[in-house]
Each structure stands twice: as C-alpha cells, then as structure tokens.
Design a protein around this ligand. Structure first.
Ligand SMILES: [Zn+2]
Length: 101
C-alpha cells in the first residue's frame, strides 16, 4: 500500500459534507494521547466544522467524527473543562421539568 493509498483511507482527509479535501491549515491536532489523536477540521468550501477522535493501531483505524459549531479554540477550551456527569444531566432534567409545570 502506497502513502497515497493510505491517504485515501484516512478518515479525516475530506469534509464529510461536501467531500472537499481539508487544507492543512484548517486541520488542527488538538491533543495526542498515545495512539489516540483529537483533531478539529474546518472545511474551506462549506465552512462546516468537525471534531474527530482517531485511534490508530497496526491492524486498524477507528474514527469518530462529530459535527460541531465550535472552532478549534473553543474545542480546546471545552476539552479542559470538567466532564458532564449523569448527576448534572439529571439536575437539568429536574429543573426543566419544574419549569414546564
Ligand atoms: Zn465541506
């Protein structure tokens, strides 16, 4: 397999909405942890942004892409924040339930 074949199989080379190749400046690595990498991409054609989590091994590549309205700076800022817990979700649910009564 050549490097160009690998590039075709790389899940973050193109925008999933309009299929235009990501420009190098618009594809930013936010964090690397061992084999896991978190990236933010903004498409030059349609301006949509994606947040990707990629984990590479010798046998496979797994990738989860999430459409986002955050730019790369926002994504970095949110990554440093406390995670939302089930208790947080339950609190919001109960508060919203009280508002509709
Ligand atoms: Zn696009």
């Amino acid at each position: 397999m050549t490097s160009s074949d690998r590039a075709l199989l790389d899940p973050v080379t193109r925008c999933p909405f309009c299929a235009v190749s990501y420009d190098g400046e618009r594809l930013r690595t936010l964090k690397k942890e061992g084999r896991r990498e978190m990236l933010h991409a903004t498409c030059l054609q349609c301006s949509r942004a994606m947040f990707y989590t990629i984990e590479r091994s010798e046998q496979n590549i797994s990738c989860v892409g999430i459409f986002t309205d955050c730019d790369a700076q926002d994504a970095l800022r949110f990554m440093d924040r406390k995670r939302i817990s089930l208790d947080d979700v339950l609190s919001v649910h109960l508060a919203l339930g009280k508002m509709t009564k």
